[in-house]
Design a protein around this ligand. Structure first.
Ligand code: FDA
Length: 307
């Protein structure tokens, strides 16, 4: 782990730092690189631009760990409006949702009802896909339980995210393959203790590759979410060796990260989806992007002082 990763991830939870960064010009200029804007109009515009480049999109309304019922309801309403606008503008976009934005910390029943409403609205629009993002390891079981309940109720326009840094993920991958669930596989972006997660990057990467191979062979249209060129090359070779056509999986990458690689893969005939976040609650998201690559901090500071 980079020396700066842990302190940056700790700061992502600090209220004082949040208030300082969000009220600061440098912070706001940093956010612009990774966040499409503050409104649904900005999100649709960024989706249209991505679509023009041949990219599919997943839109995320930023916000997590809401602490009141009213906030959770507002976040739910925002997703309903977002789905309406996706339909209206006919953009090629699905949505990604964090359950803690919809009340997972407050009341499970309310959270479940909120996500159900989102799924139902999406179902009405040609079964637009709704991805449940995965948050810190304290939420893994509860997120998978809520997902399972939705699945048992018959909702099929939804899927999960699994993180290769968790020891449990290989088992979760196997379970999701059995159910036929669409999985997004990522490495994992939160600060986790060694009791639940691999500490060494090499182990996280090795587990990613093993889980990815299972999902590519036996899974339902997995989303391979990574910017790691070695892993992406491995996926391409693995697909060729096992005669897995490019229609059976997609690559996924973040808005503001490696657009060159995104469009290169599109040109090679792969499905690529850009994860496009928008909204005013960008602070923890931005800090996770900084923790993944602390050099971003220096890059942003230099751009700021240049401009
Ligand atoms: P790795 O960190 O090894 O980076 C490989 C290379 O990618 C770096 O060398 C650098 O070039 C580039 N890179 C990576 N991150 C960068 C950044 N922030 N800025 C600039 N360059 C960067 N996590 C989670 O816990 N729950 C979730 O639901 C999701 N959802 C999700 C969706 C999508 C579409 C993506 C791409 C990622 C996520 N993540 C996530 C985040 C994920 O867990 C992980 O933290 C990041 O993708 C970084 O890991 P990489 O796989 O890119 O590899």
């Amino acid at each position: 782990m980079s020396l700066l990763k842990e302190p940056i991830l700790k700061l992502s939870q600090s209220r004082e730092m949040r208030s300082f960064v969000t009220n600061n010009t440098l912070g706001r200029s940093a956010a612009r690189r990774f966040v499409a804007g503050e409104t649904i109009v900005d999100a649709i515009k960024a989706s249209q631009e991505a679509n023009k480049l041949g990219l599919h999109v997943s839109l995320d309304n930023l916000g997590e760990n809401t602490s009141s019922e009213a906030e959770a309801n507002r976040a739910t309403q925002e997703y309903l409006n977002l789905l309406d606008e996706i339909e209206q503008a006919k953009v090629d976009a699905n949505v990604s949702v964090k359950l803690t934005a919809l009340g997972q910390d407050i009341d499970r029943a309310q959270c479940l009802e909120n996500i159900r409403q989102v799924l139902k609205r999406a179902e009405g629009y040609n079964h637009t896909f709704v991805r449940l993002d995965m948050e810190g390891a304290n939420y893994t079981q509860s997120t998978l339980d809520i997902f399972r309940q939705l699945w048992e109720e018959g909702h099929r326009n939804t899927g999960v995210v699994l993180q290769s840094y968790l020891y449990r993920t290989a088992d979760d991958v196997a379970d999701m393959i059995k159910l036929g669930v669409r999985v997004r596989l990522c490495k994992g972006a939160y600060l986790e203790p060694p009791s639940v997660a691999f500490a060494e990057k090499a182990e996280v990467d090795k587990n990613y590759v093993a889980c990815m191979e299972s999902l590519m062979r036996e899974g339902n249209y997995p989303g391979l979410a990574t910017h790691d060129e070695k892993i992406i090359s491995h996926a391409v070779e693995y697909a060729a060796q096992h005669k897995i056509g490019p229609e059976r999986f997609e690559f996924q990458m973040l808005y503001g990260v490696r657009r060159d690689l995104q469009t290169k893969l599109v040109a090679q005939g792969y499905n690529v989806r850009a994860y496009v976040p928008y909204g005013s609650q960008w602070y923890p998201y931005l800090m996770r992007r900084m923790a993944e690559r602390p050099a971003n901090l220096f890059f942003i500071a230099s751009q700021f002082f240049k401009g």
